[in-house]
Design a protein around this ligand. Structure first.
Ligand SMILES: *Cc1c(COP(=O)(O)O)cnc(C)c1O
Length: 390
């Protein structure tokens, strides 16, 4: 067995390359880093065109973060203050934060055995639902008459069973370029939609409610609504374009490492590997332990061997301080105070989900590793856990 390689950078961060970022260097050379002053098409425009092509959507908008992308997608549904938004019980707290920051109420909906939002728990009149493809697990999009937003922050490049791109099926799809995600520009976000009018609405809101023409001062039509400044940056868009060019390579390496690791582990007698669908970006391999005690022992061994491992427990939102306390930065408890009766939706108060999460370990796949290095890593993983798992 070779030397254990400690993973220092996540996914796309390994492939950041100054030499392969001509759009960024050109922006720098021209000294115009603001998208609406750049000569058309701006780097941000080119990024959005690439996103439309890749995800087969009618519109895309680059924004400063995935959280802002979520906020814009929610705003594009033209919500009422205090409206309920159904969100998965297992996701990152940014989803709840985005909802609350718009004066709406997040209602956690329990997840099924695949850790995807359980659509059978949704009320018939659900108007807004967010689903989240967590840790590369591309889940179904509920069929409702209202709006479904696909949070694809952790599943860039994933595909649904019918082949459509994750993020392209619902009303809008949201992506993140945060450091820890499949592709990165440090911080950054992208929102895509099948409705061109929704893209126009989001663009306007992201630019002070204006109808701006490239190269000009913003203009406000009569009836213009207020907005914020959520404009993408040309330098960042240049990094994101470079990252997009590495996506197929990253997905291919993840797929290969995942399938080799599954075979190795099955051969070693580890039989509780969680199956992935073909379209999942294989960012990690999940193993279920029979008991929480065995999981604790597996984690202890993996960590003392210095092997990268994580868990999903932190994503159980109903137990998250932000949702438990219903605290608010506003003195009057806004927006919770608008709907004090809203209750989360679960058959068993999230007991099954909590137990499921508490028995799972997540082993990240490393697209930057050679086959040999990944095999060494896999061998180390097997050594560390086989006695606990088998
Ligand atoms: C990271 C993440 C976000 C937020 O994206 P940022 O770019 O960090 O704002 C939202 N949802 C999920 C599921 C995430 O993992």
């Amino acid at each position: 067995m070779g030397v254990v390689l400690l993973r220092t950078l996540p996914y796309g961060a390994n492939f950041v390359s100054l030499a392969e970022t001509p759009e960024m260097t050109q922006s720098m050379a021209e000294k115009i880093l603001f998208r609406y002053s750049a000569s058309a098409p701006s780097v941000s425009d080119r990024l959005e065109e690439e996103a439309c092509r890749r995800f087969d959507v009618a519109g895309a908008l680059a924004v400063p973060s995935g959280t802002q992308a979520l906020r814009l997608a929610l705003l594009a549904t033209r919500p009422r203050l205090g409206a309920r938004v159904y969100i998965p019980a297992m996701t990152f707290v940014a989803v709840a934060g985005a909802v609350l920051s718009l004066g709406m109420i997040p209602v956690c909906v329990d997840v099924d055995e695949n850790l995807a939002l359980d659509p059978t728990l949704l009320p018939d009149d659900a108007e807004r639902v967010v689903v989240a493809h967590m840790d590369g697990m591309v889940g179904p999009v509920p069929e409702i008459t209202g709006y479904v937003i696909e949070d694809t922050a952790q599943a860039m490049g994933g595909r649904h069973r019918d082949g459509r791109a994750a993020g392209s099926v619902g009303f809008a799809g949201v992506f993140s370029f945060h450091h820890a995600k499949v592709l990165t520009s440090g911080e950054g976000g992208l929102v895509v939609t099948r409705q061109r009018s929704a893209r126009d609405l989001m663009r306007s809101y992201s630019d002070h409610g204006s109808a701006r023409e490239q190269g000009k001062y913003p203009a406000w039509e009569s009836g213009a609504f207020f907005g914020e400044n959520l404009t993408a940056n040309e330098v960042v868009a240049g990094v994101q374009l470079q990252q997009f060019r590495t996506l197929d390579h990253i997905l291919g390496r993840l797929e290969r490492h995942h399938s080799r690791t599954v075979s190795e582990m099955l051969e070693a007698g580890i039989s509780t590997i969680v199956e992935r669908t073909p379209g999942d970006p294989k960012v990690s391999l999940h193993i279920d332990l029979p008991t929480t005690e065995q999981r604790a022992e597996a984690l202890r061994r993996l960590e003392s061997a210095g092997l990268p491992v994580w868990t999903l427990d932190k994503y159980l939102l109903p137990r998250h301080p932000v949702l438990r306390s219903r605290a608010s930065i506003y003195g009057d408890g806004f927006p919770w105070s608008l709907d004090p009766d809203a209750e989360h939706l679960s058959r068993d108060a999230f007991a099954t989900t909590a137990n499921r999460l508490a028995r799972r370990i997540v082993l990240p796949m490393a697209p930057e590793l050679t086959d040999e290095a990944q095999d060494d890593l896999t061998a180390s993983y097997v050594d560390a856990v086989v006695d606990v798992v088998r």
